[in-house]
Ligand binder design. Structure first.
Ligand code: G3P
Length: 218
């Protein structure tokens, strides 16, 4: 099971990478806009690729197939680990087919239904990104979507990997894993929340208090 970090914040990426806890990075135009300032996004993608040795999703911003393919090729040239992210639209699916035909890994994003996930797999996507949190936000069933995509992909032997996205809290991660997602992409905050448990904290406090009574050093 792979864990990706869903951010373009270089400090957060370094912090998680230093702990060797992440397998790659996903970004989107909003996440790039948060950190870019006057920097060229392509520089940011290159810098991320220097830090993390794994797939790095970089999204096209055109809406038509031809320009998406042009943008996708440019992004893919930045580094061998770049995965081109395209939206789940008719043109996005066509661009997915074109770019994957060139040997470029594609992450099809903004997926909210099983039928969309089916078409992404047919179009040769390496990853499909179902947005769990945004579905839950509108009283949908994000986790049910992950389970249904798993079933369809398994029924028909699709190799497209399910990358659970729009993760809001640790239980989204745990449930995604239990239901069979191949990977999750987490905001940094959720990654660190995964390590927390109140019994760990109280247990450690008690161990250290008991050790103090010995008045010795290791
Ligand atoms: O990167 C795509 C996805 O993870 C976005 O999440 O929190 O903006 O719905 P969110």
């Amino acid at each position: 099971m792979k864990i990706f970090l869903d951010t373009a914040d270089l400090d957060e990426i370094r912090r998680a990478n230093d702990a060797a806890l992440i397998d790659g990075i996903t970004t989107n135009p909003s996440l790039i806009a948060k950190v870019a300032g006057d920097r060229d996004p392509k520089e940011i993608y290159r810098e991320i690729a220097e830090i993390v040795d794994g797939p790095i999703s970089a999204e096209v911003v055109a809406l038509d197939r031809e320009t998406m393919v042009e943008e996708g090729r440019k992004l893919a040239e930045l580094h061998d680990n770049i995965v081109v992210k395209v939206p789940l639209t008719e043109d996005g699916l066509k661009a997915c087919r074109d770019l994957s035909g060139d040997g470029i890994d594609i992450n099809v994003t903004l997926c909210f239904s099983v039928s969309q996930a089916l078409l992404a797999a047919k179009a040769g996507a390496t990853f499909i990104s179902p947005f769990i949190g945004r579905l839950d936000d509108i009283s949908g069933e994000g986790m049910q979507l992950i389970g249904q995509i798993r079933q369809v992909y398994d029924n028909y032997g699709f190799a497209t990997q399910i990358l659970a996205a729009s993760i809001r809290h640790p239980m989204h991660v745990v449930e995604s894993m239990l239901i069979g997602a191949d990977s999750c992409t987490l905001p940094p905050k959720v990654l660190w929340q995964l390590s927390k448990h109140p019994l760990t904290d109280t247990g450690l406090d008690a161990f250290l208090a008991d050790w103090e009574t010995l008045d010795v050093e290791l």
